[in-house]
Design a protein. Structure first.
Length: 98
């Protein structure tokens, strides 16, 4: 299932992670694991954030995928299903035909 992981990281914890190199290492590990369709990084409501779209094979992966973000960077993390325009059109067509 295609999902978007959204993480908003604590400023002090992410500052420390930048200084020590832990933040770029954690992001590289996460991206290497999920092989994202898209990954974006920036500010949201004044804090460092990331939006990563990838195929989640099994929901049991979520704890290990989010561990570094939660434990090291005190991040607020959300993972939820998403779809592209083609998938939306297919879903809407299924509603229309039912």
């Amino acid at each position: 299932m295609k999902v978007m992981l959204r993480a908003h990281m604590d400023t002090a914890a992410s500052n420390e992670g930048i200084t020590t190199g832990a933040l770029p290492e954690a992001m590289k590990r996460l991206l290497d694991k999920v092989k994202p369709e898209a990954a974006y990084f920036g500010l949201h409501e004044g804090v460092r954030s990331c939006w990563i779209v990838f195929d989640l094979q099994d929901s049991s992966q979520v704890p290990s995928l989010t561990w570094d973000l939660l434990q090291q960077f005190n991040a607020e993390v959300e993972v939820g299903p998403v779809m592209n325009a083609e998938e939306l059109a297919k879903g809407l067509a299924a509603i229309k035909s039912s």
